[in-house]
Write a protein of this length. Structure first.
Length: 280
């Protein structure tokens, strides 16, 4: 059946075929008793390794692939090692994805990767993430203060855990090969993303124009004198740029500035939309 499957552009399907990359993903998995949540199992090439290690609950939107997976893993389904939930994972994720502690291990569709990661960071049941994403996205989530990619989602990630790139993956590791490079991103959480969006609202403003100073960006919404006084109290230069300070300083700055914005802006943590090509 696998030989008859054609990747569907509307789902951004690029199937991972490099066994060495699959092995690196499995080796990087956390050692605990959590269930694995897999989004977009595709042809099941990663899934077949995951079910040998832990119980897996997979979410697949493609009905044709659901039929293939039901046949491919019927033995594991009978023993309880594998469960398949067909449909849009975002519909399944109206509240929590699962009602038990889980680790997200997935080859994420790139066009929803940032959204999925942010949801997982907010989900108290998600303990860690090990996900294949567009390399640029992985670099933003794992960026450190001073890095050019350090931005709002970097601060959000560092607030809840630690992130690192496990391996970079070239286009030829997939079929069909995407036009971009990929990376496996690992995030180990120590707490969940807060439901209080105030800090994230401030971060969105702070990083709105990364090449401008932090003072300039924040003054577009906050009172400039209040921002200037807050920076001075924290011994931060008025010419400092958003990527040049730390996650701890952003938390401190949030405490010093007014908690409400004027509502003119919309959430946009990535600055640019994730590019379309995706992997399963």
């Amino acid at each position: 059946m696998k030989n008859d499957v054609v990747a569907k552009k509307k789902f951004g399907q690029n199937f991972l075929i490099d066994e060495s990359v699959v092995r690196r993903i499995v080796e990087a998995m956390p050692h605990n008793d959590n269930i694995i949540a897999e989004i977009g199992p595709g042809l099941g090439d990663l899934t077949k390794h995951l079910v040998n290690v832990k119980s897996v609950i997979a979410f697949e939107v493609d009905t044709d692939l659901c039929k293939l997976l039901n046949e491919e893993f019927k033995d594991e389904m009978n023993t309880g090692r594998f469960e398949l939930r067909c449909g849009d994972v975002l519909e399944h994720w109206k509240a929590n994805l699962l009602e038990c502690n889980y680790d997200l291990v997935a080859n994420l569709p790139y066009y929803i990767a940032t959204n999925i990661i942010l949801k997982a960071l907010a989900d108290p049941h998600c303990q860690s993430l090990l996900v294949m994403v567009q390399r640029e996205v992985a670099e933003k989530f794992s960026a450190q203060p001073g890095d050019k990619d350090f931005g709002a989602i970097s601060v959000i990630t560092q607030t809840v855990g630690a992130a690192a790139i496990v391996i970079e993956v070239p286009p030829e590791a997939f079929n069909p090969p995407p036009k971009i490079h990929s990376a496996v991103l690992k995030i180990v959480k120590h707490k969940s993303r807060s439901s209080d969006t105030g800090l994230e609202d401030m971060l969105r403003v702070a990083f709105a124009q990364p090449r401008k100073t932090l003072l300039k960006n924040l003054s577009a919404v906050y009172n400039k004198e209040e921002v200037s006084n807050a920076l001075e109290a924290m011994s931060l230069s008025p010419t400092i740029r958003p990527h040049q300070t730390t996650t701890a300083n952003y938390h401190q700055l949030y405490k010093k500035l007014p908690r409400s914005l004027d509502g003119r802006e919309q959430h946009n943590y990535g600055n640019k939309r994730d590019r379309k090509p995706s992997s399963k």
